[in-house]
Design a protein around this ligand. Structure first.
Ligand code: HEM
Length: 489
């Protein structure tokens, strides 16, 4: 009886009842549960069908709306002077409530975000650029050895090792050794990140599960979910370093994220072990599979289309290298074709989760409908990046479209929303761009590669697990290194 009353209320009397969408989605969140949890990451395709049937705004659960209107995007993901909060139901699964990413309240987020901004500013990326160069060189060494030994290299793993080692070195003062391992097998970072993205939909529905798992004895967790042990080990390690930093001991050589989070300007109540541990852990997760996935996708496209590969190499060759043979940063970011490749990689190969925002006091108006204050609203980047009006032939990886747009005075970058927009947009954007530009440019400059045993299905987008996933497993990119270029060539 209670359920029936609830369904009737949700369908006919709820503040969202006028917003179009399937009745089942309005009545119960089991609809989303079925497609995202049972069918594993398939709700995005149902949402796509809803937009085709009902228009740019749809009610996707009893309490959430999804909008596929590029012009409305910046109203949801609004800038500095507009209050935007997170939806507690979408952030609880991370079990890191004190991290900026999971902070609900607008003002508290602002204060936490301020503690991160400097560390990830373009200027600081410049200061820490030697770390990125060093990691890219280590990756290149794997490619050189692979050429010498005639072996196949799994680039998808190599890129996780690259971004994992970069973010750990950048944030914690020392890397975690993924690139030093022969097959990147020391990749606990990767296991942990993949485990978290794999369980994101389940934990979104049952946010208590990750907390309970954390409270259980390790042996029991190892029995239920062995890969979570890696996550916990990683958290322990971060906790140890956080503790040391709070006590004033030096962690590693260069300034670390712990220093940023515990310096005297940070409000005293925020200088806690819990906060340091949670923020640092989120940074590790947010900084690994994200950029690695985009690199994997971009490199896949560059290798499957030789014309793109050679155009890119020619352009990179046209620039003067640094005295130690590296691509100069930030100058490399001004190469137009490389920028096209990076932008297309972000457009088609990055996060597709519905990152929701809540306007706590403001009603929004979209396509004749009112979105009441307090409603979780979202737009998955997929719906902007595949909009055929903005990006004709949206599925085609076409770096030239960015050059043409620029020549025609069209600001296409406005619609590149891989990092979202506004106050909650990605704080690691500058670091990510530096990694993407440097790695792609260096690899095409130094090596001839060809795809190996990488059918399109292994790099397809079939499931949304925060990132894009193929039907089975993870994106897998393999290649053979067929030539190593000499510096003088
Ligand atoms: C291609 C690479 C990346 C993509 C596509 C990406 C995308 C995103 C997106 C969409 C958000 C908004 C999430 C939300 O609204 O809930 C975000 C937030 C965030 N990202 Fe990234 N990211 C990338 C790389 C990185 C890197 C390298 C770092 C490392 C520092 C990072 C750290 C963060 C953090 C800490 C937040 C939370 C910011 C806040 O809430 O204020 N990301 N990212």
């Amino acid at each position: 009886m209670y359920k029936l009353t609830q369904w009737i209320y949700r369908l006919y009397f709820h503040p969202l009842s006028s917003i179009p969408g399937p009745k089942l989605a309005a009545m119960t969140s089991l609809f989303e549960f079925y497609h995202d949890v049972i069918r594993r990451g398939k709700y995005i395709w149902e949402i796509e069908k809803m937009h085709a049937q009902y228009g740019p705004i749809v009610r996707i659960t009893p309490r959430q709306v999804h909008v596929a209107d590029p012009e409305f995007y910046e109203k949801i993901y609004a800038g500095a002077n507009t209050r935007r909060e997170k939806d507690p139901e979408m952030t609880a699964f991370m079990a890191c409530p004190t991290a900026a990413l999971a902070t609900i309240d607008h003002d508290l987020h602002r204060s936490r975000r301020n503690q991160l901004n400097h560390f990830f500013s373009k200027r600081n990326v410049g200061v820490l650029m030697p770390i990125i160069y060093e990691k890219v060189d280590m990756l290149c060494e794997h490619l050189r050895v692979s050429a010498e030994e005639g072996t196949v290299i799994k680039l998808s793993d190599a890129f996780v090792a690259l971004t994992g080692d970069t973010i750990t070195h950048y944030c914690y003062g020392q890397d975690w050794g993924c690139l030093r391992a022969k097959h990147f097998t020391n990749n606990g970072v990767w296991d942990a990140v993949a485990e978290i993205t794999n369980t994101c939909h389940l934990f979104q529905v049952f946010p208590l599960v990750p907390r309970l798992l954390m409270a259980l004895p390790r042996r029991l967790v190892g029995w239920v979910k062995p890969k979570l042990i890696t996550v916990f080990d990683m958290q322990d390690r971060i906790a140890r370093d956080s503790k040391a930093c709070l006590k004033g001991s030096v962690v590693g050589g260069p300034p670390t994220i712990y220093h940023s989070l515990s310096n005297a300007n940070v409000p005293a109540e925020e200088r806690s072990l819990v906060r340091l541990r949670e923020e640092s852990f989120v940074l590790l997760l947010a900084g690994t599979e994200t950029t690695a996935g985009t690199l994997t996708y971009g490199m896949y496209q560059v290798l499957r289309n030789k014309e793109i590969f050679f155009k890119l190499r020619k352009e990179v060759q046209s620039m003067a290298l640094t005295s130690d043979g590296r691509v100069p940063w930030p100058q490399v970011e001004s190469l137009p074709y490389l920028t096209g490749v990076v932008n297309e990689s972000l457009r088609l190969g990055s996060l597709v989760m519905r990152f929701s925002r809540v306007a706590p006091q403001e009603a929004l108006y979209c396509n004749g409908y009112t979105i009441p204050p307090g409603t979780p609203m979202s737009t998955s980047s997929y719906f902007i990046h595949h909009n055929p009006v903005l990006f004709p032939n949206p599925k085609v990886f076409d770096p030239e479209r960015w050059i043409t747009a620029r020549q025609e005075g069209v600001n296409l970058s406005k619609y590149l929303v891989a990092f979202t927009r506004g106050t909650r947009a990605c704080v690691g954007m500058n670091l990510s761009y530096a990694e993407l530009y440097t790695a792609l440019a260096t690899i095409v400059l130094r090596f001839d590669l060809e795809l190996y045993d990488t059918p399109p299905e292994s790099m397809a987008f079939r499931r949304e697990m925060i990132v894009q996933r193929p039907e089975k497993g993870l994106w897998t990119l393999k290649a053979r290194v067929t030539g190593v270029k000499q510096e003088t060539e």
